[in-house]
Ligand binder design. Structure first.
Ligand code: HEM
Length: 431
């Protein structure tokens, strides 16, 4: 069977099986079958009500338990999914006769030690507290600049005109991508992350492969450029490692783009949604910009951009009293763990500054703990301070359109009215 026919058949069968199992009440199929625009949290509670570890007929287990998620994330006998299980891209996809680097499976997000350790170490220095301090001024400047643009209109799209622009500029700067290429960079990142939910049809698969091919060609050029004139950016540093393969270099760069951009934009959007829904939180934020940190942390807990991840045991083992065969995926529902009443008092309430707030798993835990957690917190807090400092009366101006994704939760379009504008800069705000 040709790979096109095989892929089309698998896509069709996959959708049909999920729909049938959802109708039969399977907990995982119900989640995968649910429209991404629906509120997923009641469905997560239904999983919690079934027990600590819940079996699905789709060949996996699920858990909403904070304790179990944390245990498995930190357990060295559990790793990420084996090749082929998670990827939106064929492991052997070719475009124009060249094999595509698989941006999911070949990145260190989904690799196990020792490769994971080797690759993560190469880029970790940019994300240490010292590395972050070097980024702080850029973040403040970028936020201020884009708010200047937004202030010129009375109504703007909080996502497209602001929240998406900040992280793309910051990660592109870190990677050393020239300004003119940012838009294309953002487009490739979005196509890739939307595909994480599964590719719906062959047209989407072909478009994804074409986009990735363009992205790779762009990165090949960037690498050549940095080899000749290195800067103090991440790509220049990676290029300097002679023993790093082209595939590892491309997959690491693609991971940083997608992880650094597609998550933070949703954190900013989800935080603004929460602030607009809680007038007393807004009032305090307008009065005290330092409150932004607590608002960001509570958004990460209550409405995290990454809703779940998956782990598999390297050998057969017992989990929460159930015998789990080697390689069986367990879906760790991070967003549900963040509302586990065993850890969080009144878990569904948005309460910035709550004593138990930092126990959340929005950035995962263990060896894959989000490398960019500090940067994401910094960007989102700067965005909130800037936004509500400038536009204290900011309000929704129409329907919020959700992203078509279940793994990544956030708004795709979020029209807002700026309201009265206060003229002061970010620098004044944080001094
Ligand atoms: C709100 C924003 C963010 C959220 C919610 C988030 C969430 C996560 C989560 C849940 C994981 C681990 C997945 C797993 O355990 O399977 C992860 C890993 C990662 N994140 Fe983030 N992330 C965010 C922002 C960022 C930023 C800004 C960067 C970098 C610029 C970044 C870079 C990474 C990298 C490189 C990994 C892989 C770490 C590893 O496998 O060792 N993330 N992120």
């Amino acid at each position: 069977m040709s790979s096109v026919v095989k892929n089309a058949t698998l896509l069709f069968l996959g959708r049909t099986i999920v729909r049938a199992q959802a109708l039969l009440g399977d907990p995982a199929a119900k989640l995968f079958d649910m429209s991404p625009s629906r509120d997923p949290y009641p469905a997560y509670e239904a999983v919690r009500a079934r027990g600590t570890l819940v079996k699905s007929r789709m060949g996996l287990y699920l858990t909403a338990s904070h304790e179990l998620c944390l245990d498995l994330l930190r357990d060295p006998d559990f790793g990420t999914l084996p090749a082929g299980a998670l990827s939106p891209v064929d492991s052997d996809a070719y475009v124009d006769g060249r094999r595509l680097v698989n941006p999911v499976e070949e990145s260190f997000l989904v690799r196990n030690p020792p490769d994971h350790t080797r690759l993560r170490r190469l880029v970790a220095p940019w994300f240490t507290p010292k590395g972050l301090r070097a980024q702080a001024a850029t973040v403040e400047r970028v936020v201020d600049e884009y708010l200047d643009d937004a202030a010129r209109k009375s109504t703007f799209d909080l996502v497209g005109d602001f929240a998406a622009r900040v992280p793309i500029q910051v990660i592109a700067d870190l990677l050393g991508v020239p300004g003119a290429d940012h838009q294309a960079f953002a487009r490739w990142g979005s196509a890739l992350v939307n595909a994480l939910d599964g590719v719906r049809d062959m047209g989407e698969m072909r478009a994804l492969h074409r986009g990735l091919r363009e992205f790779e060609a762009f990165l090949d050029d960037l690498v050549e450029h940095r080899r000749e004139s290195p800067g103090d950016d991440i790509v220049s540093a990676l290029v300097a490692h002679d023993d790093l393969s082209r595939e590892d270099l491309i997959a690491t760069t693609e991971l940083l783009l997608v992880a650094g951009f597609e998550t933070t934009v949703n954190l900013i959007g989800n935080a603004v949604l929460a602030v607009l829904a809680h007038p007393q939180v807004r009032a305090r934020l307008v009065e005290d910009p330092t409150y932004a940190d607590a608002v960001v942390e509570e958004t990460l807990r209550l409405d995290p951009p990454v809703q779940y991840t998956v782990r598999v045991p390297f050998k057969s083992t017992r989990v929460a009293g159930t015998w789990i065969p080697k390689g069986t995926p367990i879906m760790l529902m991070l967003a549900a763990a963040n509302r586990d009443p065993a850890v969080f008092a009144d878990p569904h309430r948005f309460d910035p500054g709550r004593a138990d707030g930092r126990e959340h798993l929005a950035f995962s835990s263990g060896i894959h703990y989000c490398l960019g957690a500090g940067l994401a917190r910094m960007e989102a807090a700067a965005a909130l301070r800037g936004l509500f400092g400038r536009f204290p009366d900011l309000r929704a101006a129409g329907r919020v359109r959700r992203r078509p994704s279940r793994v990544i939760r956030g708004a795709a379009r979020f029209p807002v009215h700026a309201g009265t504008t206060k003229h002061h800069t970010m620098v004044e705000n944080i001094s």
